[in-house]
Design a binder for this molecule. Structure first.
Ligand code: FAD
Ligand code: UQ1
Length: 450
């Protein structure tokens, strides 16, 4: 059946949109989203910037607080992606198609989807501007714009991606190229990089190295592969307990790790990568590759860098416990675009969403926020096609493990959780505002333990 909205345009469309909204307010369950809004209003009680993990999750939670008709999400993309599965897509263990759904299907029903890009924030006037020339005002603003991929900061990229033997799990456009490069590998250096910037999911750059090593072993190519992890950092992982477990794996599997090495140029036509030594400025060296996995430099989205909500480094400047903006009390931040001093993951976003819901509820009642975010984040370190070390930790890089066993050991159960349970939980619970992280499970499993 053709939806009514598809055959109506012009002034009738606005009338129809108003009618549908009104109908949804009056007549029980609201309409399902089939398209971006026909006629967005210019004011909302709660305006959410970004319809990724944090944006959709918070819109679902805010809908329950203030009603769907009072919430809108500004998001330009037609598709919403579950990015954590790209690690497995790059290794050929999952299909790319399983990672995406239409944005329309994840926007909570009745919530307005403003299909546009935010180009300016004006928190002094409680409004934002979009790339289609609209000004939208709000009572409360939630910023969830994610992190920006800066491939262009590496000389020779992104244009170098037209060549074979190079891929990147961080981009929907390049993730399948990783799998192709793995399959095409014959003999030589397989290089994996980690940039000199904050990144999302700091484990992902090395997860694909372990998967590649396992793939080479499985296909009889291991003896022909020299596997190298060139990282800008000075350690393999920021939490000692998991770093020790990873170091053992690195030794056992004969992987080479070079610290303080930053990728600055890719000569993809010649299959060469150029690194600078961060300890010796000006010193560079060139390595030939048979396969290159690039983790790009990342930064705060450009629209935030120059905005009044940013700190000196460009991130949304929020209180690390309440997620309320430090200078604009009706502005809040969640996820990768914030300066929360924890590792940027969807797991962290889940935990933050429960705290932020509580913070906003109290602010709405003119009360002081009470619930405090402890920095919980989690990184399922995939170390093979059926093995995961489940890192979970807080602001102080202290392990904060959910399960009553040592999570620094590689386990099949944790792999199944990462590969199958987590996507289900994400689409069906987190995005609907019903998953605030595993703290309740942790408490349950640790009942009676000191
Ligand atoms: P996003 O989900 O990225 O959403 C940001 C949204 O803002 C996007 O939809 C974007 O289109 C929109 N946007 C950007 N600019 C504008 C603008 N100007 N106007 C309007 N909208 C805009 N996390 C885990 O927990 N576990 C894992 O195992 C894991 N593995 C990962 C592996 C890879 C390869 C990658 C890439 C990520 C992984 N993550 C993992 C990280 C996780 O995906 C992110 O931390 C999470 O999605 C952050 O949510 P967010 O809402 O902050 O940003
Ligand atoms: C988690 O909550 C989460 O958010 C949905 C993830 O993102 C994909 C994760 O990877 C992990 C590990 C968690 C933590 C959940 C449990 C059950 C430990």
């Amino acid at each position: 059946m053709t939806p009514l909205s598809a055959v109506v345009s012009g002034p009738h469309a606005r009338l129809l949109a108003w009618f549908l909204r009104r109908g949804s307010q009056l007549a029980g369950p609201p309409q399902l989203h089939t398209a971006a809004s026909l006629a967005a209003r210019s004011h909302y009680e709660v305006l959410v910037l970004g319809g990724g993990s944090g944006g959709v999750t918070m819109a679902a939670r805010m809908k329950r607080k203030v009603g769907a008709e009072n919430v809108a999400i500004v998001e330009p993309s037609e598709r919403h992606f579950y990015q954590p599965i790209w690690t497995l897509v790059g290794a050929g263990a999952k299909q790319l198609s399983s990672s995406g759904r239409p944005t329309a299907s994840v926007i909570p029903s009745g919530v307005e989807w403003i299909k546009a890009r935010v180009v300016e924030l004006n928190p002094d006037k409680n409004c934002i501007h979009t790339d289609n020339g609209k000004e939208i005002s709000y009572k409360y603003l939630i910023i969830a714009l994610g992190i920006q991929l800066d491939y262009g900061k590496i000389k020779g990229l992104p244009e170098g991606f037209v060549h074979p033997k190079i891929g990147s799990n961080y981009s929907v456009k390049m993730v399948e190229k990783t799998w192709k490069a793995l399959q095409d590998f014959k003999e030589g250096n397989a290089i994996f990089t980690f940039p000199n910037t904050p990144v999302k999911c700091a484990g992902a750059p090395q997860k694909i190295m372990y998967l590649s090593e396992a793939y080479f072993r499985k296909t009889g190519k291991r003896s022909k592969a020299n596997i190298i992890f060139n990282t800008s950092l000075g350690t393999i992982f920021g939490v000692k307990k998991y770093a020790a477990a990873l170091q053992e794996i690195i030794q056992e599997r004969n992987l080479t790790v070079n610290y303080k090495q930053n990728l600055i140029e890719v000569r993809a036509d010649k299959q060469e990568a150029v690194f600078e030594n961060l300890d010796k400025p000006g010193e560079t060296h060139v390595i030939s590759y048979e396969m290159l996995h690039v983790t790009p430099p990342m930064s705060s989205p450009d629209v935030l860098k120059m905005s009044p909500v940013a700190d000196a480094a460009g991130w949304v400047d929020v209180d690390k416990e309440t997620l309320q903006h430090k200078r604009f009390p009706n502005v809040f931040g969640i996820g990768d675009c914030t300066n929360l001093p924890t590792s940027k993951t969807a797991a962290a976003v889940a935990a933050q969403s429960g705290i932020l819901e509580r913070t906003i509820s109290l602010i709405m009642k003119n009360q002081t926020p009470t619930k405090k975010y402890d920095g919980y984040t989690s990184c399922p370190l995939v170390t093979g096609y059926n093995r995961v070390i489940l890192a979970e930790f807080d602001y102080d890089a202290r392990p904060l493990e959910t399960f009553p066993f040592d999570q620094s050991k590689e386990r099949l159960s944790m792999y199944l959780m990462k590969a199958d349970l987590m996507p289900f939980l994400y689409w069906n619970m987190m995005l609907r505002g019903y998953w605030g992280g595993p703290a309740f499970l942790r408490k349950f499993f640790h009942l009676g333990m000191s």
